[in-house]
Design a protein around this ligand. Structure first.
Ligand code: 13P
Length: 141
């Protein structure tokens, strides 16, 4: 599965703790991150990630584009609800696209934990079906 990890500054320690706890599971997946979050993950773990721009410089939008192309299966976004972000419109747009395309999105650690447990259980297999159907449709047209 393609999984995106994003954390606002005050949530980055939590994100490092989270991916460290699930490192073994995450090794089996393709990981995408915004810039600084990805750097922190790579510094703390042996995980390899595809790093986009930092959030305020367009990273959230780049992850949104992957969602619009049906190339993202899950988004783990540790948002800071207590700090104003200069790129708030980008954040809202990313969350909106998750809803447009029914992409599982966790915005806090408690939900992220449940999503990763589901991932381990195979609850994300429906994504393969959705992607397969889209590929089938494209090859017919
Ligand atoms: O701002 C962010 C998400 O909105 C995160 O970006 P960074 O990972 O580059 O800090």
């Amino acid at each position: 599965m393609n999984i995106a990890f994003i954390a606002h500054d005050k949530k980055k320690d939590d994100m490092v703790q989270f991916v460290t706890a699930y490192e073994k599971v995450l090794q089996e997946h393709t990981l995408f991150t915004t810039g600084t979050t990805g750097q922190r993950i790579m510094d703390a773990t042996s995980l390899k990630v595809h790093r986009f721009q930092s959030g305020p410089l367009g990273g959230d939008q780049q992850i949104g584009a992957k969602i619009a192309e049906n190339n993202m299966d899950c988004v783990i976004f540790f948002k800071d609800p207590l700090t104003a972000q200069p790129h708030e419109p980008d954040i809202s747009a990313l969350i909106r696209l998750c809803d447009v395309y029914s992409i599982p999105l966790a915005t806090n650690m408690a939900t992220a934990e449940i999503l990763l447990k589901g991932l381990q259980r195979g609850d994300f297999q429906w994504r393969e079906i959705v992607k397969g159907k889209e590929a089938e449709g494209k090859s017919r047209s």
